[in-house]
Design a binder for this molecule. Structure first.
Ligand code: ZN
Ligand code: ZN
Length: 146
């Protein structure tokens, strides 16, 4: 568990002029519990409502849109019909890549960037400076390969 995250997120919210309300803090807490996972709004809502039955799905939904706007979470679409979110890691300047198993639906992460040489080539050939990317690989995970 990364305990520094909560403070970092709180500061960022305040910096951007948003109040750190009890509801937002409850939602952030649930998100921090899911560090390293890719959770849907509904999943977060189900976690939050255990301790905070007063928080509605619409509030969770709006809070996630706000956190995405502030760059605190990444919104992900794994083509499974849900919007998913993950906390942005404090020292991550590029997004990590996702490996999506088309058999069991599991999602794992590739921590290494691996794209430095590709980005260099793009800069040389196209004069385009890559600042970020979204890479999703579809295939079979280790378990499903049998
Ligand atoms: Zn699988
Ligand atoms: Zn991820």
């Amino acid at each position: 568990m990364i305990t520094g995250d909560s403070g970092f997120l709180k500061e960022k919210l305040k910096e951007c002029g948003y109040k750190f309300t009890g509801q937002r803090s409850a939602i952030l807490e649930a998100l921090i519990q899911c560090t390293g996972q890719h959770v849907s709004t509904e999943e977060l809502f189900n976690m939050v409502k255990v301790k905070h039955p007063e928080i509605g799905l619409a509030t969770v939904y709006r809070t996630m849109i706000l956190l995405d706007k502030l760059g605190l979470v990444h919104k992900l679409d794994f083509d499974d019909g849900f919007s998913r979110y993950e906390l942005v890691k404090p020292n991550e300047d590029h997004r990590h890549h996702h490996l999506i198993c088309s058999s069991c639906g599991s999602v794992s992460e590739v921590e290494e960037d691996l794209l430095d040489s590709l980005e260099e080539q793009i800069l040389k050939k196209n004069g385009f400076l890559v600042k970020d990317h979204r890479v999703q690989f579809y295939g079979l995970c280790r378990n499903c390969r049998g």
